[in-house]
Design a protein around this ligand. Structure first.
Ligand SMILES: NC(=O)C1=CN([C@@H]2O[C@H](COP(=O)(O)OP(=O)(O)OC[C@H]3O[C@@H](n4cnc5c(N)ncnc54)[C@H](O)[C@@H]3O)[C@@H](O)[C@H]2O)C=CC1
Ligand code: BAL
Length: 496
């Protein structure tokens, strides 16, 4: 496919612009709208329904009706599985359209949308669909006179609040296990990136998901996110986004109905390179990918390079070489590897960090239309603002160290604990490092987030209450029930 061909698809798209509630597109009850902007061009893509409290109330009541009457929650697991598999087929049939929509809305490269975001979203939904009729309950080892069943039940109506960096993929990470478990959903996409969420809800309806089960309510954090967090009719919230906003959901829960809260939040993820790391060229390629993939707009981005002084110079030379492969350009050009940042607001934030950079080693240029070159900066130490704060842009901060213990101490000297990497040829060091790094995912001699089979979430202020992905994701959307059955004939025994 060429850029012109992608542009032609973009020009022919019908963009969804209304809330999707109870199986139908609906304008906001207030009639208000907000503009959806293509960050690469600054052009308006659509006017989207700006929902508020009354739309959230309506969506929750429809989700509750759906949950209580069992049209999805009590459907035979095999039928739930079939509906989700039909959804995957529809997504596959519409994959190119979804990829172009995602790229236009977020500034992500069409290359990533086509090779990661859309196929991995489909894979995620399929994986959880296949799991539905394979997870089982248990019987506890109670006494001979009793039998105790430990069963899992769907948690009920769940609120899902999404970020803008992987709009469709984060939706898949959350709706797939929630729907597999039998929950009903009220979902808020980030205001910057609403299009694919609305289109996916429409496709789910076409695939046979009953009305009211998957509701998408676009709008701002204050007008839709907070009402979801505080809603008395929502049993659980799963959120991905910044740590500051994530923590608010704990307050919302405490001040409303003590709903369960699962938070997947920020990261300032270290990549530790020891003096014995093998194949520095390969290490450099991983570091560059970890730092600059998805424009660095990634909670798991390796944004801090903690490198032993013995290999710093050759490693930085190889990093500078690999950065050249990450060309900045039109997101709809299939050759582009670094697209636009998600918005002008976010671009300004990333630029403000660049302005504070003490020593730029590679990159550093910015271009109108929210483009920032992959940039490597050397910082004086881990106290530098560039080493401490989540920038969420293509900026890699380099910190020099002299020993393994110093490297681990600096790696752990952060409020975050989402991901970490260690590069070393020494097996003991690799294992000691992996055990000492306080992060939910540690990769050895590579960058990555695991895959759909492995739980994803953070330690410290990166995560709270549960994990996305893997079989563990089901824990978020189910609750345990004990059913204790008395088998005795004797009334006295029964009291025991
Ligand atoms: N961990 C991650 O994956 C992400 C981290 N971030 C970080 O957050 C920074 C700011 O980006 P934002 O888009 O402002 O992130 P955010 O955390 O504020 O937004 C995430 C979601 O929460 C909603 N939200 C915002 N304020 C809310 C509130 N008061 N109550 C309820 N919901 C609310 C947003 O509308 C969005 O749907 C980024 O620069 C980045 O550092 C942003 C997106 C994803
Ligand atoms: N990288 C997937 C999770 C996130 O960025 O929020």
């Amino acid at each position: 496919m060429t850029t012109e061909e992608y542009r032609a698809i973009a020009a022919g798209l019908t963009l969804p612009n209304a809330a999707f509630i109870d199986g139908a597109f609906r304008p906001a009850i207030s009639g208000k709208t907000f503009a959806s902007i293509n960050p690469a061009t600054g052009e308006e893509l659509a006017e989207i329904a700006a929902c508020g409290q009354e739309d959230v109330d309506f969506a929750v009541s429809k989700a509750r009706d759906a949950f209580e009457d069992g049209r999805w929650s009590q459907l035979h697991p095999a039928e739930r599985k079939e509906a989700l598999i039909r959804l995957c087929k529809l997504m596959t049939r519409n994959a190119r359209e979804l990829a172009v929509m995602e790229s236009l809305d977020s500034g992500k490269t069409i290359y990533d949308c086509e090779t990661v975001d859309i196929p991995e979203s489909i894979h995620c939904i399929k994986w959880h669909a296949e799991l539905i009729d394979k997870i089982y309950d248990s019987v506890s080892p109670a006494s001979d006179n009793h039998i105790a069943m430990v069963v899992r039940e769907p948690v009920g109506v769940v609120g899902l609040v999404l970020p803008w960096n992987f709009p469709l993929l984060m939706m898949a990470w959350k709706i797939a296990p929630a729907l597999a478990a039998g929950c009903s959903i009220v979902l808020k996409p980030a205001a910057e990136t609403t299009l694919t969420a609305l289109r996916l809800a429409e496709l789910a309806h076409e695939a046979g998901l009953p009305r009211g089960v998957l509701n998408v309510v676009p709008g701002s954090g204050a007008e839709v996110g907070e009402p979801i967090g505080r809603h008395m009719g929502i049993d659980m919230v799963s959120f991905t986004g910044s740590t500051a906003t994530g923590k608010r959901f704990l307050t919302y829960s405490a001040e409303s109905n003590a709903k369960e809260v699962v938070l997947e939040m920020g990261g300032k993820n270290p990549a530790v390179v020891m003096d014995d790391a093998e194949n520095l060229d390969r290490v450099a390629a991983h570091i560059v990918n970890g730092a600059f993939w998805n424009m660095g707009e990634n909670c798991s981005a390796s944004s801090r390079l903690i490198v032993h002084k013995a290999v710093k110079k050759p490693l930085l030379e190889r990093i500078a070489h690999h950065v050249k492969e990450w060309n900045v350009g039109d997101p709809l050009d299939p050759e582009t590897r670094v697209g636009a940042l998600v918005s002008k607001v976010h671009y300004d934030k990333v630029c403000s960090y660049l302005d504070r950079a003490e020593k730029v080693i590679v990159g550093g240029k910015t271009h109108k239309g929210a483009f920032v070159e992959p940039t490597v900066v050397e910082v004086s130490g881990n106290d530098s603002v560039l080493a401490r704060e989540e920038i969420f842009g293509p900026i890699l901060s380099v910190i020099e160290v002299g020993s393994f213990d110093e490297a681990i101490a600096i790696a752990n000297d952060t409020e975050y604990g989402l991901c970490a990497s260690i590069y070393t040829a020494n097996a003991k060091r690799a294992i000691r490092g992996a055990r000492s790094l306080r992060a939910g995912t540690v990769t050895v001699n590579s960058f990555g987030e695991g895959d759909i089979t492995t739980p994803f979430g953070g330690f410290k202020q990166s995560g709270f209450g549960g994990r996305d992905n893997g079989i563990h994701a089901h824990d978020q959307y189910t609750q345990l029930k004990t059913i204790w059955i008395d088998l005795s004939d004797n009334a006295d025994e029964a009291v025991d």
